[in-house]
Design a protein around this ligand. Structure first.
Ligand SMILES: Nc1ncnc2c1ncn2[C@@H]1O[C@H](COP(=O)(O)OP(=O)(O)OP(=O)(O)O)[C@@H](O)[C@H]1O
Length: 272
């Protein structure tokens, strides 16, 4: 079974180090790992470093992979595409990348299965330049899945999707991780998704790993206060799944340079 472990990993753009000293336990095939943290914390940079797209110190240890050189796939946050290809062609191209160009029944079967599972069979022959943002994100996800990676890095893969699609995609990803023995690392801003769909959570802040462990142990009111400067509770919903409820933004959390202002308690109604 595949496993991935990060050892003192760092990454830089030019000379500037943006991620440093990231060391994790081994994550095993079948596990979903959420990567959370504020804007500009270094989540995408970390993913690019793991995928070998950036240089830096430290090591990525992948053991037991089936796919050798193609073991790790990275789905970037920005999925815009200009190529004049249909969705189907782009997925076929992704499937055959780095292998022989002959197309077999297994290739076609995997593509059909993925299109169906992601609910995009109806747009298979649309040009990818003509898709909506959400459709493009699903097509991009399909391109990754047909490559059968051992480790899949997904950078905010549900950011353009409507509510039901978000839940469907994350449910599917978790079942696929289990069924294919794949490790899935997902950068997420929705902490309720992290609580519901991930086994482990890594928290990145200012380019450093400040917490890593079982998601329900890591995502706590104290952590949310420290990292996001919010006063929050974690309450179990009727199905027993933890939900983050943000009561307030701490004064320290002013983000836009205007300082925190308490919410307005009344609205001005124009006189008739
Ligand atoms: N190509 C680049 N050259 C120089 N600096 C970059 C480059 N790309 C990103 N950065 C910087 O690296 C830092 C981390 O960015 P990164 O995209 O990894 O953050 P993130 O945690 O993924 O943020 P977000 O949640 O907003 O997507 C930021 O300060 C960003 O400005």
């Amino acid at each position: 079974m595949v496993s991935i472990r990060l050892d003192d990993l760092g990454a830089r753009y030019g000379r500037k180090p943006l991620v440093q000293d990231v060391t994790t336990p081994a994550f095993a095939g079948g596990e979903v790992v959420a990567v959370i943290g504020p804007n500009a914390a270094g989540k995408s940079t970390l993913f690019k470093r793991i995928a070998g797209l950036l240089r830096g110190p430290g090591q990525v240890h992948v053991e037991g992979a089936r796919r050798g050189r193609d073991a790790v796939c990275y789905m970037p946050q920005d999925t815009s595409a200009n190529a004049v290809l249909t969705v189907y062609e782009s997925i076929l191209l992704a499937r055959k990348q780095g292998s022989s160009w002959s197309v077999g029944d297994d290739d076609l079967g995997r593509i059909d299965e993925t299109l169906e599972a992601l609910g995009i069979a109806d747009i298979a022959f649309k040009n990818i330049g003509e898709l909506s943002g959400g459709q493009r994100q699903l097509a991009s996800l399909a391109q990754m899945l047909v490559r059968d990676p051992d480790v899949l890095l997904m950078d905010e893969p549900t950011s353009a999707l409507d509510l039901s699609r978000q839940v469907e995609v994350l449910t599917y990803m978790r079942s696929l991780a289990r069924a294919r023995g794949m490790v899935v690392l997902i950068a997420l801003h929705d902490l309720n998704h992290a609580l519901r769909f991930s086994d482990h959570t890594m928290v990145i802040a200012n380019g450093e790993l400040i917490a890593c462990g079982p998601s329900h142990d890591v995502i706590t009111p104290a952590l949310l206060h420290e990292v996001y400067h919010v006063e929050a509770r974690i309450e179990p919903c009727s199905r027993g799944i933890g939900q983050v409820i943000v009561d307030d933004v701490a004064a320290k959390g002013k983000t836009f340079g205007i300082g925190y202002r308490p919410p307005q308690t009344s609205m001005k109604v124009p006189a008739e």
